[in-house]
Design a protein around this ligand. Structure first.
Ligand code: BGP
Length: 464
């Protein structure tokens, strides 16, 4: 069966500044740079972000490889800790301006659309220490200054901007489940941080509309929408899945697209005494500054059952897991038997949800990908990784995406995570996701079988 995709479809891949650039010439540290400095054992193989995939030095060669596999779009992020010299004044570092200009211009020269995200988990450690990072509304203002600087400097050539990548992961990781720095367990702070990020995003949207002069300029947010599927039809499992959806999907999605948080969620916060500090003026800004387009990161579904109400789970003051618990479904996983569940049909459910409940806003798959460890197992005698599993993974996801599009969902693109194997937070280089492999010792980059296959998909604009 052959499936055609629309003309102008974005075929691309995504990375982020902190995961690809390396710390070369970067003046400030972010929370992950700092965490690695003080606790290297927390990171897989004790590998930190110092070199990452060396994009700072090899961006030209890397973009040439992306061109070789046919990508027509590429998302990365501008690092706050690289671009800005003084966070309060938002003065810029000239080397960073040169670097990001060069990346954007090189993409354009190669016919690759540069898509820019402004925040990918990389809070400056100085702002985390001084103000508590996203706990502080002053930091919201500093972020808007940084964002405005980006719009002024690069908005003549970048037409698609995103305010945040996966805000929920910041909330969950840094304030509930301890996989992001400062690794607290504090439900109250988590709720405030969620609100402050939604506010920061709306304020950045507002700043963009004021500054932007490009006729095609658009701005959005990237969310990890992970549909919640209940364990059974039992009312306890159904209401658990409902709350999981509110917390994991609708909190940020409703704020960004509809301009308000779901009442069901804020009522629950109110009842539990964890409601955020919000002013009428701020809520008005959220209402007024909704997004133009949406990025959806999708890796795995969320399987949900009634909460675990053992003494341990209730020991902490307040956690969203008061209302739901996750469970693992037997079935296909990345990494053979471990890792995230593979469930491509979820992309179809996401597509219809956006069509039916979010005004059919233009959206794209901003990340989807298969993380596999020890991929050198699949090297053939020519030194190429034969990642047939990744080809199958992408095919299946594109199939379900195309089905949602055929039924009217307004999706305009698909980005794989990631073009070139890169460094990933606490996981460092454990899971490889790219179309192109990186030898982390020599930095030699080699196109995998999936990269060659993808080139054909892009050329034909068609899935076989
Ligand atoms: C997403 C993030 C990416 C990337 C990816 C893979 O949530 O937006 O930054 O890290 O997940 O993650 P990992 O390498 O930890 O499997």
């Amino acid at each position: 069966m052959k499936i055609d995709f629309p003309e102008q479809f974005w075929w691309g891949a995504a990375t982020s500044g902190p995961q690809s650039e390396g710390r070369f010439n970067k003046k400030h540290a972010n929370v992950f740079d700092h965490w690695f400095e003080i606790e290297p054992d927390a990171f897989y193989d004790q590998v930190g972000p110092d070199v990452a995939s060396n994009f700072y030095n090899s961006y030209k060669e890397d973009i040439a490889l992306m061109k070789e596999i046919g990508l027509n779009s590429f998302r990365t992020s501008i690092q706050w800790t690289r671009l800005i010299d003084d966070f309060e004044e938002a003065t810029v570092n000239e080397d960073a301006v040169r670097f990001y200009n060069a990346v954007i211009d090189e993409c354009l020269l190669q016919g690759i659309r540069p898509v820019i995200n402004l925040f990918h988990f990389d809070m400056p450690i100085a702002l985390q220490k001084k103000y508590g990072g996203w706990e502080s509304k002053h930091v919201v203002e500093l972020y808007v200054k940084f964002a405005s600087k980006c719009f002024q400097l690069f908005g003549d050539r970048v037409t698609e901007w995103f305010t945040f990548n996966e805000p929920l992961v910041i909330v969950d990781g840094a304030y509930l489940y301890q996989f992001h720095y400062p690794k607290l367990v504090d439900g109250r702070k988590a709720v405030q941080v969620a609100y402050n990020i939604a506010l920061a995003s709306a304020k950045a949207v507002k700043a963009y509309r004021k500054i932007n002069t490009h006729v095609d300029g658009k701005i959005g947010i990237i969310l990890n929408l992970t549909p919640s599927y209940p364990a059974s039809d039992d009312p306890a499992d159904l209401s658990a899945a409902r709350f999981a959806d509110l917390w994991m999907n609708e909190m940020f999605l409703d704020a960004a697209v509809k301009g308000q948080f779901p009442k069901e969620l804020t009522d629950t916060f109110q009842k539990d005494g964890v409601l955020w500090d919000a002013s009428e003026a701020e809520l008005y800004q959220i209402a007024e500054n909704t997004i133009d387009l949406l990025g959806v990161n999708f890796y795995h579904p969320n399987r949900v059952q009634r909460p675990d109400v053992s003494a341990d789970s209730l020991a902490v003051d307040w956690l969203p897991t008061k209302y739901f618990d996750g469970f693992a479904m037997p079935g296909r996983r990345m990494n053979v038997d471990k890792g995230w569940e593979i469930y491509p049909q979820a992309l179809y459910d996401i597509a219809l949800n956006i069509r039916d409940n979010y005004g059919n806003i233009p959206w794209f798959v901003s990340e989807n990908g298969m993380g596999v460890s020890k991929e050198e197992r699949y090297l053939n005698e020519d030194g190429i990784i034969e990642d047939d599993y990744r080809i199958q993974f992408i095919q299946e996801h594109l199939y379900w995406l195309a089905k949602g599009m055929a039924e009217g969902s307004n999706c305009f693109g698909f980005h794989l995570w990631t073009p070139i194997d890169c460094w990933s937070w606490m996981n460092a280089y454990r899971n490889r996701y790219g179309f192109i492999s990186t030898n982390i010792h020599t930095q030699v980059k080699t196109i995998k079988k999936s990269g060659r296959w993808f080139r054909k998909v892009v050329e034909e604009n068609q899935l076989e």
